[in-house]
Design a protein around this ligand. Structure first.
Ligand code: NDP
Length: 492
């Protein structure tokens, strides 16, 4: 930002994308603008890659995969490169966090947590690179049978806009640890921090062509990438609808997909829980990242016995949430990522009211003059929600909480499972036996007990039902970035 006289002007930075170790504008003369969601101002201008650019990136990635510099690199050395990327990110920690906030909108402390997570993920996979191993299988004394774990080859990574850095790292780090070469496409709304990763990867000694970042639309660059016949694996995080389309496309070339899709996650509060902490965490579970999270605690299930007092406290605390630009350290709720996303959320709020849910608080954009240029939304709570209402069953992806009431554990379980999704669930109780029962009965890939929004690079993350296929993070993720070769040697 620079000052000219009394006026503040924002410098628009021009970027290129990254293919074969070079920053390039590719063949397309089109660009797109990247905005700061807190002000609506353009902060970057980026080339919009066309089909030819994607073809070139795939060709480059294939050559890099086969080249000895990468293919024959010792796994320990691959690991050291990942460690070095983590180290460069740590050296530039505050700058990367600020860039994430300026581009995505989230409060700076959330961006810092995301950068810390990304560093840990590179370190975790850096350490794992030389532990990706096969097994020996006892068959008969005359045969030596074993498995080799080989990298898939060229992997495509489609990244969403809600956690641009953390979710990119979540799939890039294991794919690189396993020895693949990569083409990643960030969302047009939020490409900036992933371009930083490319810069750090190059400085860390990653051979040219192993990591390629293509900027462009999902409709052209994304679609061209996932339908390319020379892609060996696809990782996608985003909407269930786009995920299904990608899976259909991938089926044509029998390409494996790892899909992490939507959620409409139950956060179940039982009367014996630590209610003070449960209120705080219920708020955190839905209003973090302005609710733009697949794992948001977007359905709060409250037991009859505590319903009124829990809601009264939650409403009180929600109305105290400090809304503002993410760069302000005091901000608790930043803007939504885009005007379109805010419009989408306002549409859900309208439908909730029309369907007979009761608006307890929020429901509109804040009217403070300082916030009118950004894409802000008030934190919103609806009560009297039914699972048949749109706000009760669809992923809103905004700061909108749907509250349900239950009077028995069986009722809580059936409410929790009455959804097309099955990504994440929260259970709040001090009764371990009951917690155990709920863990077993809830159809979700991840369950947190007396906690919410907890995920580490070492814990598998994936969904049941329409929430996806496969697992990100944890050693289990390596299955998606490698294939197994089964070998038998006749030793007679
Ligand atoms: P999308 O699923 O359409 O977008 C996610 C990513 O996929 C972006 O990088 C996008 O590119 C890319 N993409 C879009 N279409 C294709 C395609 N046909 N082939 C390959 N890549 C493609 O989500 P939206 O941004 O449209 O958001 C809509 C809703 O999706 C949200 O309200 C939310 O409910 C859900 N969502 C869920 C996420 C999650 O974490 N599970 C993350 C993001 C969204 P580009 O944006 O550049 O066009």
């Amino acid at each position: 930002m620079s000052r000219q006289g009394a006026q503040v002007t924002v410098q628009v930075q021009a970027y290129n994308f990254f293919v074969n170790g070079k920053w390039t504008a590719g063949t397309s003369s089109e660009t797109f603008d990247v905005r700061n969601p807190a002000t609506g101002e353009t902060i970057g201008r980026i080339p919009r890659a066309g089909k030819e650019d994607v073809y070139e990136a795939v060709e480059v990635a294939r050559k890099a995969f086969e080249a000895p510099a990468w293919h024959e690199m010792e796994p320990t050395k691959r690991g050291k490169i990942l460690m070095q990327i983590a180290s460069l990110m740590r050296q530039n920690f505050d700058e990367v966090a600020k860039l994430e906030t300026l581009n995505q909108g989230k409060p700076i402390r959330e961006s810092k947590a995301d950068v810390a997570w990304a560093i840990r993920a590179f370190e975790y996979w850096g350490g794992a690179a030389d532990k990706i191993q096969g097994e020996t299988i006892p068959v008969t004394p005359s045969r030596l049978t074993y498995t080799l774990r080989e990298p898939l080859g060229v992997t495509a990574h489609i990244i969403p806009w809600n956690y641009p850095l953390a979710l990119a790292t979540r799939s890039l780090a294991p794919a690189l640890a396993a020895g693949n070469s990569i083409i990643a496409k960030p969302a047009e709304l939020t490409p900036l921090t992933l371009l930083r990763v490319a810069e750090y990867a190059q400085k860390s000694g990653l051979p040219d062509g192993v990591l390629n970042i293509i900027t462009g639309s999902g409709a052209v660059a994304g679609r061209t990438l996932v339908s390319h016949s020379d892609i060996d694996g696809i990782t996608f995080t985003g909407s269930t609808e786009t995920g299904k389309q990608i899976m259909e496309t991938a089926a044509k070339s029998v390409t494996p997909v790892l899909l992490e899709l939507g959620g409409k996650n139950p956060n179940i509060i039982l009367p014996d829980a630590d209610l003070q902490r449960a209120v705080q965490m219920a708020k955190y579970a839905i209003f973090t990242n302005a609710g733009q999270m697949c794992w948001a605690g977007s359905r709060l299930l409250l037991h009859d016995e505590i319903y009124d007092r829990f809601l009264a406290e939650l409403k009180k605390q929600t109305e105290l949430i400090k809304i503002g630009p993410g760069v302000d350290e005091r901000t608790e709720l930043g803007p939504m990522v885009s005007e379109d996303q805010r419009e989408r959320v306002l549409g859900y709020i309208k439908s909730g009211t029309e369907d007979g849910a009761r608006l307890l608080t929020g429901g509109q954009a804040p009217d403070e003059p300082a916030l009118t240029k950004g894409y802000f939304m008030k934190p919103t709570i609806f009560t009297d929600v039914k699972t048949t209402m749109k706000i009760g069953c669809e992923e809103i992806f905004g700061p909108v909480l749907a509250v349900f009431r239950f009077s028995s554990v069986d009722e809580a379980v059936s409410l929790a499972n009455e959804t097309q999704f099955g990504l994440y669930a929260g259970v709040w109780t001090n009764n371990l036996k009951l917690a155990q029962q709920l863990i077993r009965q809830i159809q979700a890939g991840v369950v947190a007990v007396n906690d919410y929004l907890v995920a580490y690079p070492q814990t598998p993350f994936g969904g049941y039902k329409d929430s996806g296929i496969g697992y990100e993070s944890g050693l289990q993720a390596i299955g998606h970035y490698t294939r197994i070769k089964s070998v038998t040697v006749n030793i007679t």
